[in-house]
Design a protein around this ligand. Sequence first.
Ligand SMILES: Nc1ncnc2c1ncn2[C@@H]1O[C@H](COP(=O)(O)OP(=O)(O)OP(=O)(O)O)[C@@H](O)[C@H]1O
Length: 249
Amino acid sequence: MAAIIFDKVSVDIPIFDAGSRSLKNNVLAAATGGQIRPREGGGKVSVRAIDELSLELRHGARLGLVGHNGAGKSTIMRVMAGIYEPTGGTVRVEGDVAAMFDIGFGMDPEATGWENIILRGMLIGYTRPEIEARSEEIGLATGLGEFLNMPLRTYSSGMATRLAFAVSTSIKPDILLIDEGIGAGDAAFLEQAKQRLESFIGDAGLLVMASHSNDLLRQWCTTGLWMEHGRLRHLGPIEETLEAYGRST
Ligand SMILES: Nc1ncnc2c1ncn2[C@@H]1O[C@H](COP(=O)(O)OP(=O)(O)OP(=O)(O)O)[C@@H](O)[C@H]1O
């Protein structure tokens, strides 16, 4: 059964080459970004991308993350995906995770679409015979047709996303993380992919989506989490959260 439990999770990202001039008050007063903090000695600073976030998501949850640029949405998903270790607090993730970001990860620009299906499939846990047996069905789901015989470098970012999406959704993970900031055209793509995503999410699935599109969040999410400067500002039904966030902007 899918679950994600954050207990006072913090993520500090050290910035080794930032001078103390980054610490001007107007930076701290800005709406965007995490909290910039001085670190011990040498004028070094770190960014607190997430600040003591506690959260409990169980199977069936469909969480939408909202907030200004740099509020911490992508960082939350990176922690959920196991890409970032929290620097404070604890995280528990139960279930297989498919992350729809870092889209180029595990793909070779010189290899064809078909070859990249195999590469990415093996990266997310298929054995070679398993992914080979499913590659035809996955290729069909991409809608890329003849382009599957062309090298990946000839694809637009939306086309590469289709490929990655088709491979990721073929594994039926328990937890799906979607960062809509992955490139232009994703909203249109997600609309087309709606049916596949709907069956993919299913009853037992858990979805976390970050987006600047209220329509997309309303369509897919039931709960909303508004982040501001790395802190939880509001957690509630999606409509309520979007309203609260909208009033503040
Ligand atoms: N690799 C990194 N190095 C330095 N700082 C980082 C790094 N990744 C994130 N940050 C900082 O962490 C904070 C949170 O960033 P994050 O990407 O989580 O925001 P976001 O809410 O996803 O923003 P957006 O809506 O613009 O995608 C920001 O202040 C950002 O500058």
